[in-house]
Design a protein around this ligand. Structure first.
Ligand code: PLP
Length: 413
């Protein structure tokens, strides 16, 4: 059964009508399907079966505790991108040896905490950062496990704002410098180089950049071995894209078939950091139409009660999200700009969408909003963050209650 299907004209999430959930929990509302996350997790895990690997779920995609706990229950470990995500990972039940810590610009406080916890690895971004890790760990009489994030100068062919693997991007140590740098770091008291890491971007829909990035890591691992530096793992990051517009995208099996033959040669443990692929399709944002305005040329503005404060992707990257009526209606089609209520012209969820003419009070579903949706929500215009609901085994559970104005001002004096 597809996660979100239309039954007798009404979109359901794993058997529950979205309209009923919107009535119960209000709008705007995020609804997630546990079943979808479970299926996607197994797809990736099965694809890599037979080779020692671990999926470190990229919390940045969706770190609501209920989602993190669900992914953990499936056997995942975690990829945290900040001190906050490390804490969320711990609260979700991940143990320190199950957490890798990635991220440009780790603060001294974050590094102290990561070293004290003894994470599986700190994915270091620069020589300066590695030196700081060494100094902190040595002063504490301990040894930090470090993986070097390498920038392989590979074009992920994704949106420029989510491409991270070109030498002009801020991420990682240039591949051309990495070997020499590792040699310089050899023998440092506070360090143990346990891995190599790369993540060349997100929403990648061609396998070639991912394969080339894996190749770059394997080659570097071999060079290090020849120089007497033996590591434990290769971390090939996340990045596998999903189909927002119905376009064909690689399956997890195709991804595995493309990178595994390369990685196998190294014999090293493999870490993957999927985010979007696991949770992107599992979420829908439900919004209610609050106003309709005619535009020149017969188009309509359909103003809904969700916007860039709930889902930033269209405004950040010009990302496309399918938008449909939650309940089918038989009205003539209209070309609509589905916009939010925020006081910014960019606040547009979908442009030029053909929809059966919406009316005030209708519910609209914005699909594929499970990744980089709720996590990027903001309080701009003093809007409380939306509620999030997880549907599992025919039951809907609030995994994040709607914020109140009291929550919003609680930190202020
Ligand atoms: C280091 C790192 N790992 C994993 C991910 C997850 O990427 P995705 O959600 O595209 O799988 C990201 C996100 O860009 C990232 O920066």
């Amino acid at each position: 059964m597809p996660t979100f299907e239309r039954l007798e004209g009404a979109v359901h999430c794993d058997g529950l009508p979205l309209a009923e959930l919107a009535e119960r929990f209000g709008t705007p509302l995020y609804v997630y399907s546990a079943e979808s996350i479970i299926t996607r997790y197994r797809e990736v895990d099965d694809a890599f079966r037979g080779y020692p690997h671990r999926l470190h779920y990229a919390l940045k995609a969706n770190s609501t505790l209920g989602i993190a706990r669900l992914v953990r229950s499936l056997g995942a470990a975690a990829d945290a991108n900040s001190g906050g995500e490390i804490d969320v990972a711990l609260r979700a039940g991940f143990t320190p040896p199950e957490i890798v810590f990635t991220g440009v610009g780790k603060t001294a406080t974050e590094l102290h905490r990561a070293i004290d916890l003894g994470l599986r690895s700190i994915n270091a971004e620069s020589e300066g950062e590695i030196e700081r890790i060494d100094a902190i760990a040595a002063a504490r009489g301990t040894t930090a496990r470090v993986a070097v994030r390498v920038n392989p100068d590979i074009d992920a062919r994704s949106h420029p704002h989510i491409s991270t693997g070109l030498k002009t991007n801020k991420f990682g140590v240039a591949i051309s410098d990495a070997r020499e740098m590792c040699l310089r770091m050899r023998g440092r008291r506070g360090l143990r180089i346990v891995g190599l890491h790369s993540h060349v971007g997100s929403q990648i829909t061609q396998l070639e950049p991912l394969r080339r990035a894996a190749e770059a890591l394997v080659t570097l691992a071999r060079e290090l071995k020849d120089a007497g530096i033996t590591i434990e793992h290769l971390d090939i990051g996340g990045g596998l894209g999903i189909s927002y517009e119905g376009q064909p995208v690689p399956t997890a099996a195709e991804y595995a078939n493309s990178v595994l033959p390369i990685v196998r040669e190294s014999g090293l443990d493999l870490i993957l950091e999927p985010g979007r692929f696991l949770v992107g399709q599992a979420g829908v944002l439900v919004a209610r139409v609050v106003d309709i305005k005619p535009q020149a040329g017969g188009k309509l503005f359909v103003i809904v009660d969700a916007g860039m404060t709930e889902l930033m992707r269209p405004m950040l990257y010009g990302a496309y999200h399918r938008i449909e009526h939650v309940q089918s209606v038989s009205r003539p089609d209209a070309i609509c700009d589905v916009v939010g209520p925020i006081c910014e012209t960019t606040d547009t969820l979908g442009k030029d969408r053909r929809l059966a003419q919406p009316e005030v009070g209708d519910l609209m579903a914005v699909f594929d909003a499970g990744a980089y949706g709720a996590v990027m929500a903001s309080n701009y215009n003093r809007r409380p963050m939306p509620a999030e609901v997880l549907v599992q085994n025919g039951e809907a559970t609030v995994i994040r209650r709607r914020q109140t104005i009291d929550d919003l001002v609680a930190l202020e004096s």
